[in-house]
Design a protein around this ligand. Structure first.
Ligand code: SAM
Ligand code: ZN
Length: 271
């Protein structure tokens, strides 16, 4: 199990009777559900940072339909078949992908971190053997050069802290959306659709070198308005689009929907 770092004093934490504690006497209880909140009040910008309960529930309902299984499959092909070191899913949300990564990388040496306690509460239900933490990607409660692999799916890249916790030679896997992703949905929501695809290189520097980049594209047919509403609620379009446009997306039921993802892998350069 990866060693956790006390968010108050940076000393190692040890687990005793469902409480993580450090030598300085800082204590963090593990919730009955199996996750630990290591986000200190002074490091929170709001009372409930990150995705709210409705977004988390929508993501679970949509992902559990397995529409995005081809993406999970493409990612798992890039992972070793056997565990090869500690790993982190950063901004893991409600853990659908994390649970799948654990099948290759091992649950005992995996950490799922999200700033949303609703997300981590839901994730902890999926797999009790992973270490689930409420924490910020900007202040990872993990030690320098401790992670063999960091995965970041559809979440902001916290370059400095990822560079800090990755071992030299370790791997960063980033997933974002490509220009064709959910095009009919975006056309229904906006008068003008932006055409740029994601590129993690823009957020990284010479501490990372690109290994490869792969586009993953497939289609599926949403078969209910509820499915489309859940899909909308789990994406940033939830905040951006006009309420009148959002109310109207049921018309896309039964129509082909393209998915377009970009998987990029980077190696942490030897410093
Ligand atoms: C679009 S969701 C992706 C969730 C998951 N990776 C997935 O693909 O299902 C983005 C996640 O980033 C989390 N997040 C936002 N700001 C964060 C931060 N500063 N540190 C850690 N997680 C954060 C949100 O709470 C949310 O769960
Ligand atoms: Zn401490």
């Amino acid at each position: 199990m990866p060693t956790l770092k006390c968010p108050s004093c940076d000393q190692p934490l040890s687990l005793e009777a469902n409480t993580w504690h450090c030598d300085q006497g800082h204590r963090f209880d593990r919730a009955r559900r199996g996750y630990t909140n290591l986000l200190l009040a002074q490091h929170r910008r709001s009372r409930s940072p990150g995705d709210d309960k409705a977004m988390v529930q929508a993501r679970t309902a949509f992902l559990d339909l397995k529409r995005y299984q081809p993406l999970a499959g493409a990612l798992m092909e890039k992972l070793p078949a056997e565990p090869d070191g500690d790993w982190l899913d950063l901004g893991c949300g409600e853990g659908w992908y994390t649970e799948r990564f654990a099948q290759c990388l091992g649950a005992e040496n995996g950490v799922g971190i999200d700033i949303s306690k609703f997300a981590i509460d839901a994730a902890a239900k999926r797999d009790k053997n992973l270490t689930w933490l409420v924490a910020s990607g900007a202040r990872l409660p993990l030690f320098e050069h401790s992670m063999r692999r960091v995965l970041v799916l559809f979440t902001r890249l916290f370059t400095d802290d990822i560079a800090r916790v990755l071992k030299p030679g370790g791997e960063l896997i980033v997933v974002g959306t490509g220009e064709n992703h959910l095009m009919p949905l975006r056309e229904a929501l906006y008068e003008e659709v932006r055409h740029s695809g994601f590129d993690a290189s823009k957020f990284l520097d010479d501490r990372f070198s690109m290994i490869d980049s792969e586009d993953v594209q497939f289609e599926w047919t949403p078969d209910s308005e509820q499915e489309l509403q859940n899909l909308l609620t789990m994406t940033p379009h939830h905040w951006r689009a006009k309420p009148s446009a959002k109310a109207d997306i049921g018309k896309l039921t039964g129509q082909i929907m393209p998915a377009h993802f970009i998987i990029q892998r980077f190696r942490r350069t030897e410093a």
